[in-house]
Structure formats: C-alpha cells, structure tokens
Design a protein around this ligand. Structure first.
Ligand code: GLV
Ligand code: GLV
Length: 327
C-alpha cells in the first residue's frame, strides 16, 4: 500500500509524475478554493500534501489527518500555514525558498519602473483611444538613476533586488531586523539604516519581508507619513504588511506619489479605493509567475515530499523544512 499525496491545484504534471513511483497521487483539477471542512476532508487520508497560498491550514484542518507527515507549500512565504500547530502535530512544513528569488526580484523592478514611468496608466489611456497627438509634457514620469532605493526586509529576495540596482545607478539603503554581514552588504552595495531613516530617505521603497504577527501593518499611516511625498512604494512581499486603507488615503491625497502592488490585504479582494486611483500599478500576485520558476517551485515541493519519505536526490534530508524540529 503506497503512501498518498494530495496536490491542491493543477501544476506541472510532468513534475508531479516524479511522485508516482512511490505514492498514490491525487491532484485537484481546479483552482477552486476549498472551505475549511472540505480541506480537512481532503487532508484526512493523506500522508503528504502539496498546497498553495489559497489553502489556509491550521490545527482544525489537520485534526483528522492522522497519517499526515508533511505540508509542502508552493510558495516561499508560509503565512497560510499555522506552523506551530503543524509542529505540535508532528507535521513538517516546507516552502520553496531560493528558486524564486530572481523572478521575484525582476518583477519588483518591473513594478518599480512601471510605476516610475506610469506604464499601466498610459496603456489604459492608449487603449481608451486617447492618443491623437501626445503633448510633449504628457505622461512625464521620473528617472531612477541617482535616486535612492530602499529595501525593507533584506533576505535573499531583497538582496537579489539590491544587486540589480547597480545597473540602474541607484544607491541602496535597507532595513532588516539584523543587519547583513559586511561582506554581504558590500556585495549588494547596500547600507543598513534604521526604519525611520529608510522611510524618510527612500525615493523608491520596496517591501521584501515575510508577513508575521510582527510585520503586520509594518507600513501603516505613521510610516507613510514619514515617507517623501515624491516617493513610490512597491510591495512584492505580502498583503497585510501594508495597511491598504492608509495607503489608499495617502495616494489619494498625494501625500505619497505612487505605488506598485502585487499583493493585497484580503486578496483576492482589493481595497476598493485602490482600483479608482491612477497613481498605482496593480497586479494579481504574480511576482514568481514565470514558467521556469513555477515549475522549479513545483519541483522543490516534490523533492521535499520525496526526501521525507526517503526517496530522490535529497533522500532523508528534505531541503526546505521550516520547522526542522519535527524531523
Ligand atoms: C508567493 O507569494 C510566495 O510566497 O512564494
Ligand atoms: C523620442 O522618441 C525622441 O526621439 O526624442
């Protein structure tokens, strides 16, 4: 009797197929978000599950999952999973750290440049049939060269974002709970500052930190008030780190020049005011969405499941466990 794996959404069948020699595999064939009791019923008979950010998994969802040994999350962030509850139940949790760093860093820059140059607003205007003769001073954006890039949260994604700043000629400052070792700072040309300084000096502030109880509303009204009115805020991290109501108010009153957001508090719902503002670039949580990276993320999840059950290239040593105490 093979152990059972459930995959909560369609992914890359060729990658998932690597599980088949060792597991009985069930793949959910739609992206529909399952309710808590449906999710609990799906998990009940599994030995391993591969899930995504739409799946919120806590003590109740694994209450009947007596055989479950690992929850492999198809994301680097795992705020959708109650890790303490998993640890208490002896269930390992894995993420997809590292394989998405470059794609997410690229996308942070796409948002930054898109907001600086007003690309999506200009496109909406063009699609609405407005381009007759563009005025010389229409659609003026701002240059990035020489302006200060601030990064809040300087993990591996933050560092990948910083590396790219060299080519754009931007000095980089960052704030992190613990400053990076000097050699790493030098490698990414970044200088540690306190949070107030970061907020006050950044022309472009990129958020690259995980959502935890400590970082919820790390950027709210008091923080926004410290930012330059000419600054742009870019969030590729998580909704909930920013107080979206406070952000929408600051953007509306032009106390902040603009924003570019891939993630939202309460997504897939957006704060309605954000949808009415022209000085914000919006996208539906796609910073890691390249074919290469989403395939690699699937592969990492599969490797972790295989490894925990003693198979594959990391047999016995699953590489991305976030609660290694359970192993
Ligand atoms: C996506 O948001 C991730 O955490 O990988
Ligand atoms: C712009 O297209 C220019 O020619 O300056």
């Amino acid at each position: 009797d093979k152990p059972r794996v459930w995959v909560s959404r369609p992914t890359f069948p060729g990658v998932i197929a690597r599980l088949e020699p060792h597991f009985e595999v069930t793949v959910e064939d739609t992206e529909r978000k399952l309710g808590p009791s449906e999710l609990a019923a799906r998990l009940a008979r599994q030995d391993a599950v591969i899930v995504g950010l739409k799946d919120r998994i806590g003590a109740a969802e694994v209450g009947a999952a007596e055989r479950l040994r690992i929850v492999a999350n198809l994301a680097v962030g795992y705020d959708n999973i109650d890790v303490d509850a998993m640890s208490a139940a002896g269930i390992a949790v894995s993420n997809t750290a590292d394989v998405l760093n470059e794609s997410v860093a690229d996308y942070a820059w796409a948002l930054l440049l898109g907001a600086a140059r007003r690309m999506t607003a200009a496109e909406r205007w063009l699609r609405a049939g407005h381009w007759h003769a563009t005025e010389f001073k229409a659609w003026l954006g701002s240059d990035v060269r020489g302006r200060t890039l601030g990064i809040l949260g300087m993990g591996r994604i933050g560092q990948a974002i910083a590396h790219r700043a060299v080519g754009f000629g931007m000095p980089v400052i960052y704030h992190n709970r613990s400053p990076l070792p000097e050699a790493v700072e030098r490698a990414c040309h970044a200088r540690h500052v306190d949070k107030a300084q970061l907020l006050g000096e950044s022309d472009f502030l990129v958020l690259a930190l995980p959502l935890t109880p400590r970082t919820r509303h790390a950027v709210g009204a008091p923080e926004l008030a410290l930012m330059k009115p000419t600054a742009l805020l870019i969030n590729i991290a998580r909704g909930g780190i920013v107080d979206d109501a406070a952000l929408a108010a600051a953007l509306r009153d032009r106390r902040l020049a603009g924003a570019a957001l891939d993630v939202f508090e309460g997504e897939p719902k957006l704060h309605p005011a954000l949808l009415t503002l022209d000085n914000v670039v919006l996208s539906p949580h796609i910073a890691s969405a390249t074919t290469e990276t989403r395939r690699a993320m699937t592969s990492v999840a599969v490797d972790n499941v295989l490894a925990l059950f003693g198979h594959g290239p990391h047999a016995g040593r699953p590489p991305n466990i976030v609660n290694p105490n359970v192993l």
